[in-house]
Ligand binder design. Structure first.
Ligand SMILES: NC(=O)c1ccc[n+]([C@@H]2O[C@H](COP(=O)([O-])OP(=O)(O)OC[C@H]3O[C@@H](n4cnc5c(N)ncnc54)[C@H](OP(=O)(O)O)[C@@H]3O)[C@@H](O)[C@H]2O)c1
Length: 345
């Protein structure tokens, strides 16, 4: 296992982290329904493989994900980092949602109880909340840090201007930095490359990649005509409204070809491509076999030629004003897209 610093902090986390969205036997969102026995097995295998970073959320399986993960992690609590989130609807009350002081304080108490721990290592705003004044949310987060309930704040599903505003306001107020951004990124959705990644590099935040296999699509198990029952796409359709089947499945064929060159599966290639960019990847799995396969991505060493081929496969058109900034920077000592402070594993 390789380790990398979490944002600009002094702690190191494994480059593969285990995502717990499939955990919990209520299976509210039809994503996994993993009961305690299987969760214990997966967590124990993760620890053996060197994983020290685990991600969940208060809303995953109505809190069952936090409960099962917390229980499985009890024997290892001091050597792992637990990340969870607040923002989603967590109960029937009109205020049991969002990033108000009221809801943040209520949600953290409930998460700590379900996780069976006294502190959360990384507490993430699950997405921007336009309903609440930003100062109210960041003051509530700061209180949690000062009370020792949270070690590091983070965000998820924020735009770049939203992240920049949070960091600037936190700095002005003398509050803790937000160390991470948890965002969707994969060979099938590279939107973060436009504005988010340059901002994260600039502010020394880590990217935590969610749905690195695009909900399982990059495993190569689907085709235009086949979405077998029992799979995520078969059970609930594809989570991503923008998945374009026409080009998407052609891209997966190309990923399979690189897999043949490397004697690796398409899932391993897709994960390895993300690891080659230096990000922290949250792997999700519904079975031990899938988890084993995904761990195998650590043994794939893509050549720079293969990374280049995969880059070209789904590269976006550079957006304005970025191309203008690139043009005006030509001849300088480094490309604007790769500043010297960019951290690679
Ligand atoms: N912040 C956010 O808004 C947000 C959103 C989503 C996820 N997340 C985080 O990111 C983590 C990972 O997300 P994700 O579960 O969507 O990741 P993913 O890797 O894109 O999808 C995982 C799913 O794909 C299938 N799969 C995984 N490995 C496979 C393999 N080797 N072969 C065939 N199928 C395979 C399984 O589903 P089936 O077997 O059912 O097909 C599995 O549950 C979550 O656990 C959560 O911690 C965060």
């Amino acid at each position: 296992m390789k380790y990398t610093p979490l944002g600009n902090t002094g702690v190191d986390v494994s480059v593969l982290a285990l995502g717990a969205m499939t955990f919990g036997s209520k299976d509210t969102w039809k994503l996994g329904g993993l009961g305690q026995d299987l969760v214990d097995k997966m967590v124990s295998r993760a620890i053996d493989a060197g994983i020290n970073f685990f991600d969940t959320a208060d809303v995953y399986d109505e809190g069952e994900s936090e409960k099962t993960l917390g229980k499985a992690l009890q024997p290892y609590r001091d050597r792992v980092l637990i990340a969870t989130k607040v923002r989603g609807k967590s109960g029937p009350g009109v205020n049991e949602i969002g990033l108000s002081r009221h809801h943040i304080r209520q949600a953290v108490r409930q998460s700590l109880e379900r996780l069976g721990t006294d502190w959360v290592d990384l507490y993430q705003f699950h997405s921007w909340d336009a309903h609440v004044p930003l100062d109210e949310s960041i003051e509530a987060m700061q209180d949690l840090v000062e009370e020792g309930l949270v070690n590091y704040p983070g965000v998820s599903n924020f735009t770049a201007w939203q992240m920049a505003t949070v960091q600037a306001r936190a700095e002005e107020r003398g509050f803790s930095r937000y160390e991470t951004a948890q965002m969707n990124y994969s060979l099938l959705n590279r939107d973060v490359e436009h504005e988010i990644l340059p901002f994260l590099n600039y502010s020394k935040m880590s990217l935590l990649v969610w749905s690195p296999l695009h909900g399982g699509v990059l495993s190569g198990k689907y085709s235009k005509d086949s979405k077998p029952p029992g799979t995520r796409a078969g059970n609930r359709g594809l989570f991503f409204p923008f998945f374009d089947e026409k080009t998407g499945f052609d891209i997966i064929e190309r990923v399979k070809q690189v897999g043949k060159e490397q004697d690796a599966t398409p899932a391993q290639i897709a994960l390895s491509w993300l690891l080659s960019k230096g990000h922290i990847v949250l792997v999700g799995a519904k079975t031990m076999e899938q988890f084993e396969e995904n761990l195998g991505a650590l043994d794939v060493n893509l050549s720079s030629d293969q990374v280049g081929k995969l880059d070209e496969l789904t590269r976006h058109r550079i957006q304005y004003p970025n191309w203008m900034i690139e043009r005006q920077s030509s001849g300088r000592t480094f490309p604007v897209s790769e500043p010297p402070w960019t951290r690679k594993n």
